[in-house]
Every structure is written in C-alpha cells, then in structure tokens.
Ligand binder design. Structure first.
Ligand code: ADP
Ligand code: MG
Length: 381
C-alpha cells in the first residue's frame, strides 16, 4: 500500500521559505492534483516527494517508510516531466527498457514489462521508431511508458501535458485518466491549469504562495470555495466578485447592498453567518446569472430578477457569454440554449440566489468557513 503523507513539510532557500509547513495525505490509489498559479510551490513539493529536492523540515512518508533521507531511486516512485527527456539515439523499445536494464533486471522480465506497458499505452506499432520520428503526444506516451515499466508505488507528474497543443492535451488527459483507472497506482500530478485539475483529480489541492489553501473533490472546491482566491481560480469564466455591505436587521433573511443601491437577498445557507454592517464580497458564477428562460439551473423561488443591458455577447455554440453590469462592476453571465442577442439589447436576468457565495471583504474567507487543511494567511482581495 503506498499512501503518501506530508507532515509539516517546509522548503527554504536560504532565508526565503517557499513551502510553509504543508500537511497532506494522498491515499493509496488516489489521483491527487496540486494546482495553483506559477511560483506557488507545486514543483518544489513534488520534487521533495521524489527526493530530487531536500526538505528543510517535516516528514515525508511513502507507504510505511519515512523517506526523508532516501535517494530518489530508493523511493520506488516514477516521475514524468513536461519535457519528456527521451534518449534520442534509442528506439522506443530501448527507451522503455533502459531503466530496467540499468537496474539489472533479467532480460525476460524486461521484455514482459515493456510489452505490457506498450499494450497499455498503445505503443506496440511504434516500438522500433526513434523519438525523432514520433509526434509530441507519442513521445509523451513513451515517457509515461518508461514510468510504468518500473512498477512504482507512486507516479509523480509535473505538468506533463504543457508542451502539447490544446487538442492533444485534452486527448492525453483522457488517456491518463484511463491509465490510472487501469493501474490504480497513487498519482500526484502538478498543473497550473484548473480545467486539467478538475477533470483528472479525485481530490484537488489548491496552493498559493507556498501554502495549501483548500483540499477537496473537484465539485467540493467548485461549490464551496474556501476564499475569493479559490473562487476566482476554479471555474471558467472566473467568478464575478462584487463588493457589498450586509443588512441583517430583524428576523428576516439578510440582504447585501451593492453599489448603486442594488439590494440582493443573501443565500439561505448564510443565515446566522452575516453581521449587520459587515463588508462582504458577493461571488456570482456566470452560470448562476442567466436570462430568463435560458438557464439550466432550477432557481425556483430563490430567483432574483433584474433588467440589464448586454454590452457584449460571445456565442460559443452551446452557450453564449454575456457581459453586463451589476453594482457598478462589469459581470459575466451565461445564456444557455442561446438565441442571437442584439447590440445593447436589454434582457431580464435571473440570479440564482441560493448559489451565491459570500466572502468576508477583509479576509477574503468564505463566511461559511474554510475547508483547507493547512492554515493559510488571511487574504485581502
Ligand atoms: P511552481 O511549480 O508552483 O510554479 P516552484 O515550486 O517551481 O513553483 O517554485 C516555488 C518558488 O520557489 C518560486 O518562487 C521559485 O522562484 C522558488 N524557487 C524554486 N527553486 C528555487 C531555487 N533553486 N532557489 C531559489 N528559489 C527557488
Ligand atoms: Mg512548476
């Protein structure tokens, strides 16, 4: 069983800390994606698990073993990088088997494992080609094959699809997911792409500035973002963020007053969590602001109606992105089952009140609480 456990793991370069005491447990067989903007410490964290980077503090455990002092080759992990790093003068077959040959495995065993990996990855017809004769996607598949033949306890991926064009990236994403379904090895996968993270992960770990901000299933982090950072980072187009002030007088549900005097009801689940006069940020996803008759969500009684002029419309086929304004801010809405929208057309929109997110304006934290596993610094938006 290879669970990967990080306890209070730190990384410092001189006086500068880049990973601030991360606690994480990746379960055996789980596909965990570390996601966050460039420079937030994803690769450093992955490289510490791999043993390519020393840790400055804490404990890393793989399976039953503390690996802090173990060299990479003693950790029984395989790593796949962005640049596939194939040996250019070796055929696909030789590339796949080389690591095993170095490890002095018996020739029959090498052949068996190489054939198995090439079957899994659909490389059988390419075994005698040289890397120079392969497409980018095929090379990436060979790089994955090289990781598989070693039969590791854990796969570590660092942005393996970043060098591929958009279409191929989507294809390879699906292949990686199928591969994991088949081999069920623990995977720790790093990407800056939130769509890649959402589509691949059993659980997503969202990082910012060397801290873990939130850990959860893709739907969990989408539906319950811990703070404004996660709200803006996960989901496309990014969540609209509008400042407002709470009116929580009497016994009725609280309301949020936005700029220009617009008063919107607060979602029912925030009852008791909002103080009168509290400065908040209202988070509205484009999907939750739709022209009447063109939404997919059943908003029922909790719909808040508002007439708005559409400044720009962007048809995407199955939906159209609409730009309009709320509370003095430009916001993005979505029209499902679209029809053409005229220049500066006025539409009646409905806001799905119970799907709104409310964040404290001073800290950026969701008023329903923070779901992260590592305390992160307060974030002012
Ligand atoms: P990510 O993979 O999320 O883009 P990294 O883990 O590569 O981020 O880097 C995290 C931070 O650590 C960055 O600010 C980066 O500049 C810094 N860093 C990475 N490697 C070194 C190094 N060898 N020396 C000093 N700083 C480094
Ligand atoms: Mg990186």
């Amino acid at each position: 069983m290879a669970e990967v456990r990080l306890e209070k793991v730190y990384k410092r370069y001189g006086a500068m800390a880049v990973v601030h005491g991360i606690d994480l447990v990746m379960a055996h067989g789980e596909f965990v994606v570390l996601v966050g903007p460039s420079g937030c410490g994803k690769s450093t964290t992955l490289r510490m698990i791999a043993g390519l980077e020393e840790i400055s503090g804490g404990t890393i455990t793989i399976g039953e073993r503390v690996v802090n002092e173990l060299a990479p080759r003693e950790r029984n992990i395989s790593m796949v990088f962005q640049n596939y790093a194939l040996y250019p003068h070796m055929s696909v077959r030789e590339n796949l088997g080389f690591g095993l040959k170095i490890a002095k495995l018996e020739a029959g065993e090498i052949r068996r494992r190489v054939n198995e990996a090439s079957d899994v990855l659909g490389l059988s017809a390419l075994m005698d080609r040289m890397p120079g004769e392969l497409s980018g996607g095929q090379r990436q598949r060979v790089a994955m094959g090289r990781a598989i033949v070693r039969n590791p306890d854990v796969f570590l991926f660092d942005e393996p699809l970043s060098n591929l064009d958009a279409k191929l990236r989507v294809q390879m994403r699906t292949e990686i997911k199928k591969l994991h379904k088949r081999v069920r090895t623990t995977v720790v996968y790093v990407t800056h792409d939130q769509v890649e993270a959402m589509t691949l992960a059993d659980r997503i770990v969202i990082m910012r500035d060397g801290y873990v901000v939130q850990v959860g299933t893709p739907l969990d982090v989408f539906e319950n973002p811990a703070d404004t950072f996660v709200g803006s980072f996960i989901g496309s187009p990014p969540m609209n963020m509008i400042e407002g002030v709470v009116h929580a007088t009497g016994t009725g549900a609280a309301q949020v007053e936005l700029a220009e005097g617009l008063v919107v009801p607060a979602p029912a689940r925030t009852a008791g969590r909002l103080a009168d006069g509290q400065q908040v940020i209202l988070g509205i996803r484009a999907d939750d602001l739709t022209p009447v008759g063109h939404g997919t969500s059943d908003v029922g009684a909790a719909g808040f109606h508002l007439d708005r002029v559409v400044s720009i419309s962007e048809p995407l086929g199955t939906e159209t992105i609409l730009f309009t304004g709320i509370g003095g801010k430009e916001v993005v809405a979505k029209m499902h089952n679209p029809r053409p929208v005229g220049i500066d057309e006025r539409l009646e929109f409905v806001l799905a009140v119970d799907r709104l997110h409310v964040f404290d304006a001073a800290t950026g934290v969701n008023v329903l609480g923070r779901a992260g596993t590592t305390p992160a610094p307060a974030i002012a938006n």
